[in-house]
Each structure stands twice: as structure tokens, then as C-alpha cells.
Design a protein around this ligand. Sequence first.
Ligand code: CDP
Ligand code: CDP
Length: 233
Amino acid sequence: MPAKLTIAIDGPAGSGKSTVARRVAAMLRYLYLDSGAMYRAVALKALERKCPLEDEERLELLARESRIELQPPTAGQEANGLKNRVILDGREVTREIRTEEVAQAASRLATLAGVREVLVAEQQRAGQGGGVVMEGRDIGTVVFPSAELKIFLEASPETRAERRWLEHQEKGDHFSVVEVLEEVYQRDKRDRERKVSPLVRASDAVLVDNTAMGAEETARLIVFLAREIQAEK
Ligand code: CDP
Ligand code: CDP
């Protein structure tokens, strides 16, 4: 049996993390975990409760009191492009957390150290034991700094915005490409410039720019790297 690795995939919005991580996990028969979905779930709860997004104490408590489960999609959901089911306090919020409003709120509360502390501990618990592909912004730097394989996934801002725009089109949301570019730009800036756990490439992460690569090709490259590491073990 090859050793079960921990694979960390980080990168900016729309770089392909979820799609690629999901495929890598399926190819290696690993568990796929989307850490961003946890920030989005807490953000949804904060918006629903009208909790101010700068009230660190209340938001930390909200995160601490939340039960967030990440489950594999059903076959039907997977056929519709879903990568993860997200259950918040027993309620399915898979679709609700994918709005632009929730994305912006998630990136705001992700600047708060207290909230991050709670979610990072959850992520470490979920991924303990290895055999996991986890994606986010700080997986290789903070959540699993000793992951055997770290990938920093990049793509040009225009490509990332276009990918997101296409997804919106498919869902029937009619944003312009410029609006989506602005949303992605704002979130990236906040994620890269925040004081706690900013989005940064870990010094030992492999930089993969998939601007001109398909998700399948990118996933195969990562699986190739994983197998090389397994062979060395
Ligand atoms: O998780 P992240 O925000 O990094 O990106 P994603 O949600 O996995 O990908 C955004 C969109 O780009 C999805 O619709 C993917 O199918 C698409 N994609 C692509 O066209 N080519 C790639 N190499 C990677 C992702
Ligand atoms: O799918 P997309 O790449 O657009 O975003 P996401 O992965 O669902 O994450 C939503 C927001 O949560 C990000 O903009 C980050 O601010 C935050 N996040 C984070 O700070 N750390 C993580 N490990 C994952 C997400």
C-alpha cells in the first residue's frame, strides 16, 4: 500500500482549486476537503443573523457554536457539477453559500484571528491521518505546514474572472465579466493583504499556473507529483 499523503492546494479565487482538488482526490481515492466552504458557512450564518462582520468576539463565538460538515455529493449532485455538500447545524447550505454576497462576507470574516483559529482547528481534525486533499488559502502555510505535497495554483486574473463568470451564466446569474473581475480582485487583495494567514505561496509549494491548462491536465500533473513522492517514501 503506498503511503497516504496530505496534499495542500492553495491559490486565489477561480484558480481551479476545488475542481482540481476534487479530481486529484478521486484519482488517488483520498478525502477531498474544501476549507473555503467552512468560511462561507460561517459567513452565511453571520449574514442571516445580521451579525456585523467586524464584531470579532461575536463571530468567533458563532464559528465555535457552528457544526459544519463537509460531505461528498450524491451521484446526481456530482453530475450537476457539485463538488461538496455542506451541512451547517444540520441544514444543507450547499447552494446558499455560493453567492457573491457570501463570498465577500467570508473573505471579511477570514481576516479575524479568532474565527480562523476555530476553523483551522476543525480543518486539522478533519484531515488528521492523511489521505486527504485540502484546498484553501493557508493550507500549506498554517493548517498543514508539513504536508508532503503543496501546490500553489495560479491563473491570470482575467482567466479566473472568466471562469467564475461562466459559472454564473450556467446558474442563470447575469453579472458582467467586469463585475466578476472586480469581485475576484477585491477578495484576492483582502486575502493577500490581511495580517493573519495571508494568501501566500509556501516556500516549498510547487507553483502551478493553469491559465492555459484544463482541470483534468492539472489534476494529472498533481497526481504525478504525488506518486513520485510516494515512490521515494
Ligand atoms: O476553487 P477555485 O475558486 O480556485 O476554482 P474552481 O471553482 O475550482 O474553478 C472555477 C471554474 O474554473 C470552474 O468552473 C472550473 O471548471 C473552471 N476551471 C477551468 O476551466 N480550467 C481549469 N484548469 C480549472 C478550473
Ligand atoms: O471558491 P473561491 O476560491 O472563490 O473561495 P473559497 O475557497 O470558497 O473561499 C472563500 C473565502 O474564504 C476566501 O476569499 C478567503 O477569504 C477565505 N478562505 C480563507 O481565508 N482561508 C481558507 N483556507 C479558505 C478560504
